[in-house]
Design a protein around this ligand. Sequence first.
Ligand code: C6P
Length: 412
Amino acid sequence: MSNLNLEKIIKDFPVLSQNFNGKRLAYLDNGATTQKPSQVINAMSEYNKHSHGNPHRGAHQLSIKATEEYDLAKEVVRQFINAKSIEEIIFTKGATESLNLVAQSYGLDNIKENDEIVIAISEHHSNILPWQRVARLRGAKLKYLYLNAEGRITPEEIVNKISKNTKIVSIAQMSNVLGTINPIKEIVDYAHKIGAIVIVDGAQSAPHMKIDVQKLGADFFVFSGHKLMGPMGIGVLYGKKELLEKMSPYLLGGDMIEYVTEQDATFAPLPFKFEAGTQNVEGAIGLKAAINYIQQIGIDNITEHERKLTEYTMDKLLSIPYIKIQGPKNMDNKGGIISFTVDDVHPHDVATILDSYGVAIRSGHHCAQPLMKYLNLPATSRISFYLYNSMEDVEQLIYAIKNIRKWLGYAS
Ligand code: C6P
């Protein structure tokens, strides 16, 4: 059924062979974070055993080795998203820090009174709060793209909200709640026509679909390592060189300088201008190993595998009368995320009951409170797939879901 060699893949992930509550684990919370294969765990362990040093600082062998490994990881990231050069790749702690960097640097440098910043109502808080602050500090307006009944941004909404006053559009490629894939190319083309720049939050897309930043035309693109089988604490900011060069540094300190005098400083060239302080080399190595793992399997194969699982799961869920799927109910421009509610049962209870069946999902507002308010929901339960999920996981999920209402004493 699957286009992937799942038996082999599952064996690569030590956590998946563990039992929880005496049940096999169906890990369906990949939107929150993904599990790591031995290849990633071992790459970090090997680095710690044999090559650990502070990069860009020493003449000794370990510092040189750490520098080489760190720079190599950057090249692997560059190829993964098809950036023009490694000067355009900045390592951060994750998508959140990358978005804050752009807001605090490009945003504060360029936004003026009465300018407009446009984001979508479905954004994660990490792509809302930094822009609220920029808008407040500069006297600018924060405007929202709203969704249609299907949970999608329409072409009319793009044209209505992005105006000649818009200077920045910042938008997720895939919603972490609804799984909707937004029309990024159309947004970029329209925003560029009127002179605005576009930041793409790829936290939920980069792990699951082919990213080509040059084809996409995005000015900035961000993602997190831990959502694509890498470690926590490493993420990426891609930015067009000509924009990064003009931007103020975000953090100030060691390794990001050229010269420092008593009263002033000049800054290092890209990408180091944006990488102050000792960097997360171990994280970069884990990220490199994770990307290599993805490439060995093929990102298009991963997309296709998740598409099959999601379509099958949605069909099953749609046939259960007391379940409501939020957002798109077909696979047109939708990734492997399904948010749903169960009539008369709070999403937190849904997640707790599923956990007792060995099924791990997330419930809550998913760090997207404005979207919850817009949907008029306190919370949802969310299933999110990755390459190691199987039909067995789906069957385990559906079996558990069918038991939720029985557990709570309802007739079915
Ligand atoms: N969403 C989720 O369960 P960090 O925490 O920096 O790695 O990623 C932040 C972030 C930014 N944008 C989107 C679209 C995201 O989904 C996330 C993280 C997780 O949905 C944790 S809240």
